[in-house]
Design a protein around this ligand. Sequence first.
Ligand code: FAD
Length: 292
Amino acid sequence: MKIIDILNNNTLMLSFEVFPPKTETAFESVKTATEEIAKLRPSFMSVTYGAGGGTSKYTLDIAKNIKERYGVPSLAHLTCVSSTKETVKQKINEIKAAGISNVMALRGDIPAGLENADRSNWDYKHAIDLIRELKESNPDFCIGGACYPEIHPESANQKEDILYLKEKVDAGCDFLTTQMFFDNNLLYNFLYKIREAGITVPVIPGIMPITNANQVDRAIKLSGSFVPQRFKSIVDKFGSDPDAMKQAGIAYATDQIIDLYANGITNVHVYSMNKPEVAMKIQSNLSDILGK
Ligand code: FAD
């Protein structure tokens, strides 16, 4: 089932993100965690892709299992920047063979040390190159793209970022999912600007429940997200008490989702990070709203 066909404009729907194991030994435990999340019957589940391709086999194994065993539509992520045309072609064929029709088409981060390298002879420079290829080779795929309410760290400014985003969408994105953010106003401002720029596809906000203090630094370093004082106070107060921090982080994410829904956003993606207990708690906090 294509994600674009299940996005809903009336009631709140949650989707969850998981990531594949890095090693064969971790496969079973990750598979079990993703199955526990699938049992919550989210609108879809996305499975990330190791940028260097190291865990790519597991991305498809997990995505296929969720779809076939639990009937939950799955979205397989695919990055391109450190790949050759040949490898990407093979990956696309594998996605097709696994019966998956939803692909999150990403550039991926530039490998360390190559930030200033001459990219003129790279097979893929930006996500748009992959999107064009996917659209041409498999017009039936439903294609997602990434977007950044607080701009991508490599962009000079938001105007430029949105200009490239518009090109990316026009190349064939059916929907966009956002980078995490901790202040919903940033998302509302971003939506206003991209709609003004003529980007009309559905945008699924991505919410990351921060459940331990260490995760805060890591998540922020990765995303460059602004941390509101309200959230900093929570980490100051509860950061040294793991259970309290987890509860407060889940409550904060729940609150963000309620505010998004109250402001007309019906599809929200939760970065649940292979933590079924976090996905379950968020879902149970919203049970009356979700009707589950
Ligand atoms: P692009 O869309 O190519 O954008 C990257 C930068 O290039 C931006 O600054 C953009 O403005 C600029 N740009 C875009 N097009 C052009 C152009 N034509 N000319 C000049 N500049 C241009 N990483 C993983 O490794 N695996 C994952 O599974 C994964 N999943 C993700 C899911 C989501 C929802 C998000 C938000 C990010 C995810 N990432 C993942 C991280 C992502 O790979 C990085 O943020 C990466 O640096 C950018 O990827 P992109 O697809 O947004 O790139």
